[in-house]
Design a protein around this ligand. Sequence first.
Ligand code: GLU
Ligand code: ZN
Length: 494
Amino acid sequence: MANTPSSPVRVRFCPSPTGNPHVGLVRTALFNWAYARHTGGTMVFRIEDTDAARDSEESYQQLLDSMRWLGLDWDEGPEVGGPHAPYRQSERMDLYKDVAEKLLAAGHAYHCYCSTEELDARRDAARAAGKPSGYDGHCRDLTGEQKEAYEAEGRPAIVRFRMPDEAITFTDLVRGEITVQPENVPDYGIVRANGAPLYTLVNPVDDALMAITHVLRGEDLLSSTPRQIALYRALISLGIAKEIPAFGHLPYVMGEGNKKLSKRDPQASLNVYRERGFLPEGLLNYLSLLGWSFSADQDIFTVPELIEKFDVADVNANPARFDLKKAESINADHIRLLDPKAFADACEPWLTAPHANWAPEDFDRAAWEAIAPHAQTRVTVLSDITANVDFLFRAEPVEDEASWAKAMKGDPAALLTSARATLEAADWSDPESLKNAVLAAGEEHGLKLGKAQAPVRVAVTGRTVGLPLFESLEILGKDKTLTRIDAALAKLAG
Ligand code: GLU
Ligand code: ZN
């Protein structure tokens, strides 16, 4: 088969700019990119914007921005340029027109004058008779007179590609050998009646013109591959293409309830992960496991490790299940792997954002750096950070009635009064001394440390759970701690 390309690897990522990028799309981009980097090949980024009704500039910008955020760089494409520019299909219309004319002239394509109603009627009749229901070849071999008659009627004509009457076999890099019989692949439209070229034409034509060697894409496109291979053969005979690329169809990604993850699924939107504070490397690590595995006993790895190991030959054909919990846990592991300064920097946008629950100007970098190591071992996504450290930057702790009710049981005023006294006398340069102070206050009331520290924590941070308490108190400082205990006592006194 002509699908073991002999030249250096050239892969492409060619999304249509419609809507927000979703995780399935990112997985496709990632596998192409990892394969390009693994083989020292070329990553081509092409924008398939031939559907003016659905494409948007906003979505185009989001695609570029998402790729940059993820660190999936491209060697040829928008803003980078390259020998096959332009890389936006909307700017390549003359090329497609030219190819369509050549296909028509050589008889690889023909004008089809059938109206939608006629096509529908014949399809229904074929179905009823239990026959294949695709295009029936009605206009394949019209005579000159028949064509003239249709033209005289003013019938609009689409351009249809003439499929060869033979089976098409190819070896999918993921699924192995696939053979499709000709009755299952009818002649198909490549140019609309208004002259607009269709995906069926522009996608393989660009792959040919851009000398793509490996087409790695979602399984949903598997059914278009036999058509594209036939078109490729025609392009080769016309000297437009050199060789048929190898195809590898990546497994479906399943979401909740074992249904295909759909673009509209909120869990599918890349922006959701970005806004929650996934690290690009955490997300890429997780997405690479959708249909591939690093090794039997390791599922946390860096991007360079992924590049070293990734081979499309190891991609599994079975559907992959999107598991949010696993994605989060992998991201948490990548947060632990950051060096402390990188972690502090990565969180800063969340700590200074206007949506943090304190005034951005109250952010204090020194206090943040002091507490950051305690937070780094605890957050799953970067946005978790605000609730963990807001007590440092707010004038007063958050008011959380549930936490208050849970912690202020028994005689909290008596405990807090004792704790205020022991804390006031403690050594504030040593968290151990602060711990002993709360321990001693607890003992006065027959309370173990856990019970004694709960009212202190809620008085000072507003919450029942958080970072290690005594380090938190030390960083917040003596004055603020005592003031907050006083305020809690006042509240308890009603
Ligand atoms: N623009 C097509 C899509 O987004 C690309 C298909 C392909 O990779 O061949 O579905
Ligand atoms: Zn027709």
